[in-house]
Design a binder for this molecule. Structure first.
Ligand SMILES: [Zn+2]
Length: 187
């Protein structure tokens, strides 16, 4: 997935992303060459994600920036389009990059969308021809709202809600990778 980290030494213009993970949106060109369509940044600064004892916070506190940050002028792309480019008859859609990493780790073909606001009308046709498109929904109202929004665009969509209060990442942490594979009929 080509993840990186923005350390002390950064190119000019990237200073505000220090202490964040760099998340490239990689794209294969017609000759198989890899390029970066977009970069987003996942804040993992200690002061935002850990408490005074160094334990990870249940609820992160990011001040003046988000948990995920886009660069100015970013128009929004689908994350992990390389799974769209390979042949699969089923694919999953997640909200956000971290849940996409987790789903991919479970061996499930997956792409990530930056929330309901990140959906573009031309995305719909990319999901034509699949037998099933699994929409993985966080176990809360916002998650279900996102999943319903996406599923309305894709006739073969099936929504898989996570348990209440859990996103995909927390569900896999709690129940293991087989749990997610079973949910999408892979077990
Ligand atoms: Zn932060």
């Amino acid at each position: 997935m080509g993840l990186g980290f923005v350390g002390a030494s950064v190119p000019s213009g990237f200073e505000m992303y220090r202490g964040m993970m760099a998340v490239p949106y990689l794209r294969y060109g017609p000759l198989g060459e890899l390029s970066v369509a977009q970069l987003r940044f996942r804040c993992v600064r200690s002061e935002c994600v850990k408490d005074q004892n160094g334990e990870f916070l249940e609820k992160e506190t990011h001040v003046g920036h988000g948990k995920m940050n886009s660069m100015p002028g970013d128009v929004g792309h689908i994350y992990n389009t390389s799974d769209l480019a390979r042949y699969h008859d089923e694919i999953a859609i997640c909200e956000g990059e971290p849940d996409t990493w987790t789903t991919k780790q479970c061996g499930i073909p997956v792409v990530g969308i930056q929330g309901a606001n990140g959906w573009k009308p031309h995305f719909t046709e990319l999901f034509e021809g699949y037998r099933i498109v699994w929409v993985l929904a966080d176990g809360d109202d916002a998650g279900m709202k996102f999943a319903t929004f996406v599923a309305e665009k894709i006739p073969v969509a099936r929504i898989i809600p996570m348990d209440p209060g859990l996103d995909v990442n927390k569900s896999v942490k709690a129940h293991g990778e087989d749990f997610l594979r079973e949910k999408v009929g892979m077990k």
